[in-house]
Design a protein around this ligand. Structure first.
Ligand SMILES: Cc1cc2nc3c(=O)[nH]c(=O)nc-3n(C[C@H](O)[C@H](O)[C@H](O)COP(=O)(O)O)c2cc1C
Length: 170
């Protein structure tokens, strides 16, 4: 499938089968994270693969948006490593980690897996639950697995602007 068709067909999945994510597929998803572009190639991404019963219970306790995925990827960045702009101190960590998340989301989709990007969680609770030091900031979760047979796109998925609504040629 060409990349535009993949993008047009993808939708957020919030109901998964119990089927685990195969190791070979997870390895490819993590490879997609490895090759993601980051500001000044500082590669601040730090990814935690949440897949043990204990860790899944922890994340599901913190947020309902982990859903029932068999694997949840927690995408963090090391803010001591991420590029910071000289003139105003702005840090690229959230953008870098978002590109990494996007790479993994799309690689998962291309492998026949499904996922949903999640930011609705309490950052401090996540940091405490997984003992993250101050410089490791969790930005997103990516629950990954195979969608249930009943799963349909949320109606919101279809609410898309037209190109003219958000593009201005100047
Ligand atoms: C930055 C970001 C944060 C999101 N956070 C959540 C979330 O916390 N919980 C959730 O169920 N979906 C979350 N989503 C999924 C969006 O709701 C979804 O992508 C959007 O409604 C479009 O639907 P679609 O992905 O099916 O096309 C998030 C998506 C993005 C890009």
């Amino acid at each position: 499938m060409d990349i535009l068709s993949l993008l047009q067909n993808r939708y957020s999945v919030r109901d998964f089968k119990d089927t685990p994510v195969e190791k070979e597929k997870l390895d490819k998803i993590l490879e997609a994270a490895r090759v993601a572009p980051t500001a000044k190639n500082m590669q601040p991404q730090r990814i935690f693969v949440i897949e043990t019963k204990e860790s899944l219970e922890k994340i599901r306790e913190i947020t309902p948006s982990a859903y029932n995925a068999p694997t949840v990827l927690m995408i963090c960045a090391d803010t001591d490593v991420a590029w910071t702009r000289n003139n105003d101190g702005w840090c690229a960590a959230p953008i870098d980690s978002s590109i990494v998340t996007c790479h993994m989301m799309l690689e998962a989709e291309s492998l026949g897996l499904n996922s949903v990007w999640v930011c609705a969680f309490n950052k401090e609770k996540v940091k405490n639950a997984f003992n993250l030091p101050d410089n490791i900031v969790p930005y997103s979760l990516l629950p990954v697995g195979y969608k249930s047979d009943e799963c349909e796109p949320n109606p919101r998925h279809f609410e898309r602007q037209s190109i003219d609504d958000f593009v201005k040629r100047i």
